[in-house]
Design a protein around this ligand. Structure first.
Ligand SMILES: Nc1nc2c(ncn2[C@@H]2O[C@H](COP(=O)(O)OP(=O)(O)OP(=O)(O)O)[C@@H](O)[C@H]2O)c(=O)[nH]1
Ligand SMILES: [Mg+2]
Length: 431
């Protein structure tokens, strides 16, 4: 439906340094994004500004310089590493006589190339339509053919109005299709919740190796490739973890910094898996010199989708590319695993990953013996209700001696309601 630049196009890149952000990294990411869309980079024009300028985003002098460069280099497209208003985009196009695509447009295009499942494609098209509806200037000539379609065009309407109406119509259609898919997804998720099957979500910067790890862990043949955003649809598989039982593993779309808001909204449904996960595996390409910045970018997106408080286990991947790095587990001062060093591709350290997963997920069980005086008979029946009494002896004075075993979460909840419980414990151990 969309007019898109084809692979093999050659672009002039424009990047503005603003004082507030550390943008140097951002420029590198932009170059990776552009190559990932199979576009050749002819040259990069950079400039510094305090604030964007209203007419061209950049200053007029810079804009004229870019126009000259476009002619000189015969560029077919100008890619700007920022979000432009439709007017800025149009002004720049007029001045340079060349197509201008901003960061959001570029990312949308990459997403469009990568979307694989029905839902992913719908989500990308929705985001594209919403983006285009504010930019109805070009690329809609194909709609001419549909002129006069029933109910589409009244007398005196301009082409632009017809286009707007067509877009609105199409957006409605996609929204209703998506609603159906989401309903199904919610049902699936609810039945998983009911069955108490925890979800583990693989998150991470794009190209970190999430799908590769997902494949290795599930032996599933999910698409893994050396491309950005190779995965746009979360793929769910069940795996069994020792002492935990069945868990659902969810592969998700790769994050980048400054993911456009429209796009986050469009992928909300798929990101729900992440929001409701019991544990996040944050996959990091540990061999990437920028891995710290990338981790921060991922944390920012997690914050944005309200998933920042979910327990996280860091998975430092691609250790095969780091000299002398062996698989290992890093633990915090309480001995809880916080980082595992592995190679998803070579299967190095997967046993350690499972160990860490087990330790992070295995349900803590509270096992203890209680001496309940006779006046606490109510608490005793509560424990029976919770199915927590394994054995009971009634002492000669009428008090109760109970062997109790229950999930630590429930035990802690009970202790909050009945603080006396803690004084009634004979011996205590956790396992
Ligand atoms: N050397 C090495 N390469 C790896 C390893 N794990 C993954 N890769 C490579 O890294 C690239 C990206 O892997 P993917 O699994 O597609 O990455 P992803 O995180 O799913 O990427 P997106 O879905 O695009 O976000 C592929 O070329 C993999 O072969 C590893 O342990 N070592
Ligand atoms: Mg992937």
């Amino acid at each position: 439906m969309f007019e898109r630049y084809k692979g093999g196009e050659s672009a002039l890149l424009v990047h503005v340094f603003f004082p507030k952000e550390s943008d140097i990294e951002d420029l590198k990411e932009f170059e990776i994004l552009v190559s990932s869309a199979q576009i050749d980079i002819l040259d990069i024009v950079t400039t510094s500004r305090k604030l964007p300028q209203a007419k061209y985003f950049i200053g007029e002098g810079k804009a004229i310089e870019i126009a000259q460069k476009v002619k000189e280099l015969d560029a077919s497209v100008i890619l700007v590493n920022h979000t432009l208003t439709p007017t800025q985009e149009r002004n720049l196009e007029k001045l340079c006589e060349c197509r201008v695509i901003d960061r959001t447009g570029l990312i949308l295009d990459i997403f469009a190339q990568r979307a694989r499942t029905h839902e992913g494609k719908l989500q990308v098209e929705l985001a594209q339509l919403q983006y285009l509806s504010t930019r109805l200037v070009r690329g809609w000539t194909h709609l001419e053919r549909q002129k006069g379609g029933i109910g589409l065009r009244g007398p005196g309407e301009t082409q632009l109005e017809t286009d707007r109406r067509l877009i609105r119509h199409r957006i409605q259609l996609i929204l209703s299709k998506l609603a159906k898919v989401e309903k199904q997804r919610n049902q699936n998720r609810q039945s998983r919740n009911k069955a108490d099957i925890p979800t583990i979500s693989l998150v991470g910067y794009t190209n970190a190796g999430k799908s590769t790890l997902f494949n290795t862990l599930t032996h599933a043949d999910v698409y893994a490739a050396d491309q950005l955003f190779a995965t746009l649809d979360p793929t769910l598989r069940r795996i069994v973890v020792d002492d935990v039982g069945e868990v659902v593993l969810a592969d998700t779309v790769g994050f980048i910094r400054h993911l456009p808001h429209d796009l986050i909204a469009a992928f909300k449904a798929t990101l729900l898996e992440t929001q409701e996960a019991a544990l996040l595996l944050h996959i990091v390409d540990a061999a990437d010199p920028n891995f710290l910045d990338n981790m921060q970018a991922v944390d920012e997106v997690l914050l944005e989708i309200d998933a920042d408080e979910i327990p996280t286990l860091l998975v430092m991947n691609k250790i095969d590319l780091i000299e002398d790095k062996q698989p290992s587990i890093d633990r915090d001062s309480n001995g809880v695993p916080i980082r595992v060093w592995i190679s998803a591709e070579n299967g190095l350290g997967l046993d350690l990953l499972f160990t860490a997963l087990t330790e992070r997920l295995a349900r803590q069980i509270q096992v203890c013996q209680l001496n309940l005086p006779i006046h606490l008979a109510k608490l005793r029946s509560r424990l029976y209700q919770l199915n927590a009494v394994e054995h009971e002896v009634i002492n000669s004075d009428g008090s109760f001696h109970l062997d109790v075993r229950m999930p630590a979460i429930e035990w802690n909840r009970l202790c909050k309601q009945e603080p006396d419980l803690l004084y009634l414990i004979n011996t205590q151990n956790n396992n």
